[in-house]
Design a protein around this ligand. Structure first.
Ligand code: PLP
Length: 447
């Protein structure tokens, strides 16, 4: 007699193709099948508890099975689960758009819904492209992006992505983008200052020579996520935004990972007083509950599309589930909790606590750099601390550390040699204490 758990494991192996996963490795490993969640913990089918140390891929905000969020969905479910935004509206979608316009950086007043970060990025790219087209400006058809950028996995998002491991295979399918260096201070001989100068001078040079061909610059503000939680030097984003403004190139802020408090501000752009032309949000928008994303635009962008139909300026884009009422209802409830519980304001104290705890790891021989902005933390492990020589990617040092963390009761997913710690905003100090202990023990074990 096989158990239900065993049958599920066999079905998982037979039928589920997992994202970003070499299935040969996966099928040879012990599957983790989550059954339920409570607070910031997830429980597997055997009842084992795990801290959600990466917020289920950087999106969970308030923890799991949160009564207020469950109720918001149930309440909306009793009204209507879905109706289209094609030529009609629904109540939660309207209310959420109003709320987003209220809390977003200045000037972002229009909200276009989608269902994942990648689709939100596609929308921003198409909007920026068509913005220039509608205004009759010829030739601004290329995008600028940053080295090692990650904006999602659809073709447009991959075209402005610059992580060779993920993106290179698809190169023949992609449109070319202009790539400028990301300020990766730890691996720049000039440190923070030098890294920032390299970025700014490359952007300056690009815009001085090619601004007439560039529709927009897309950037992960303050923290570049998938490349290894790399934090920009202070002032860099502000300077980049100013250069875009000066050269009449739109700025797209991809706040999919950084939005909704993760960095200690509601949106990372706010940390440098930057108001982008387009902003993409996803992940934490619904507290991490349902797949809703949004692309916010300024009046200036919107007005370029606002015309008589015959002028052919309509934005012909949409998804079946655009503006889904269940998703919008839970997003509203999540934003309400963020406000009522003053959670964004609370990030600073939690982040300082984590920083103090992790500082002890600096003495460890293979800890190269601990990077942190708010509750986004990446710990880069190196083979040699002095020369900063990296571990080879086949050594899978990050995987080893995260497997150990799982044995010790915390889930996280590494980015190459970088151990990621992005706990839900709702984590208490006691929980952060335990999670950072597990993190440290797993790093010690792996190195
Ligand atoms: N943009 C950024 C900065 C991200 O970190 C991600 C996902 O990690 C995305 C876009 C893509 O979001 P999604 O996975 O929801 O498509």
């Amino acid at each position: 007699m096989t158990t239900y758990g065993e049958r599920l494991a066999a079905m998982n192996k037979a039928h589920v193709w997992h994202p970003f996963t070499q299935m040969k490795d996966y099928n040879n490993s012990e599957p983790l099948i989550i059954e339920r969640g409570e607070g910031i913990r997830l429980f597997d089918m055997q009842g084992r508890a795990y801290y959600d140390g990466f917020s289920s891929v950087w999106l969970n905000v308030h923890g799991h099975n949160v009564p207020e969020l469950n109720e918001a969905i149930a309440d909306q479910l009793g009204r209507v689960a879905h109706s289209t935004l094609l030529g009609m509206a629904n109540i939660p979608a309207i209310e959420l758009a109003g709320k987003l316009a209220e809390i977003a950086p200045q000037g972002l007043t229009k909200v276009f819904y989608s269902d994942s970060g990648a689709t939100g990025v596609e929308i921003a790219l198409k909007m920026a492209f068509q913005y220039w087209h509608n205004r009759g400006t010829k030739g601004k058809t290329t995008f600028a992006t940053m080295n090692q950028a990650y904006h999602g996995d659809t073709i447009g998002a991959v075209s402005v992505g610059a992580i060779p491991l993920y993106h290179e295979t698809f190169r023949p399918m992609l449109f070319p983008s202009r790539v400028i260096p990301y300020p990766y201070a730890y691996r720049h001989e000039g440190g923070e200052q030098g890294a920032m100068e390299s970025t700014l001078s490359a952007l300056r040079q690009l815009l001085e020579t090619e601004a007439d061909r560039i529709a927009a610059l897309i950037v992960e503000p303050i923290v570049q996520g998938a490349s290894g939680i790399i934090v920009m030097p202070p002032g860099c984003l502000r300077e980049m935004a100013a250069l875009c403004r000066k050269h009449d190139v739109l700025l797209i802020a991809d706040e999919v990972a950084t939005g909704f408090g993760r960095t200690g501000a509601m949106f990372a752009c706010e940390l440098e007083g930057v108001a982008p032309d387009l902003m993409v949000v996803g992940k934490g928008l619904t507290g991490g509950y349902l797949p809703v994303a949004a692309t916010l635009a300024t009046d200036k962008v919107y007005e370029a599309f606002y015309a008589d139909y015959e002028e052919q300026k309509t934005f012909f884009h949409g998804h079946s589930f655009t503006g889904n009422p269940l998703g919008c209802a839970v997003a509203l409830a999540s934003l309400k909790l963020l406000e009522e519980r003053r959670m964004v304001e609370g990030v600073e104290a939690k982040a300082s606590f984590v920083a103090r705890k992790l500082a002890a790891l600096n003495d460890r021989p293979h800890v190269g750099e601990i990077r942190q902005k708010g509750l986004m933390i990446g710990i880069e492990l190196v083979r040699d601390k002095v020369s900063r020589e990296a571990y080879g990617w086949t050594e899978r040092i990050g995987v080893r550390a995260s497997l150990r963390a799982r044995e010790l009761g915390m889930l996280t997913r590494p980015l190459g040699n970088v151990i990621v710690f992005i706990p839900p905003l709702a984590s208490s100090e006691a929980e952060l204490d335990e999670m950072t202990d597990i993190l440290a023990a797993s790093i010690v074990h792996a190195t």
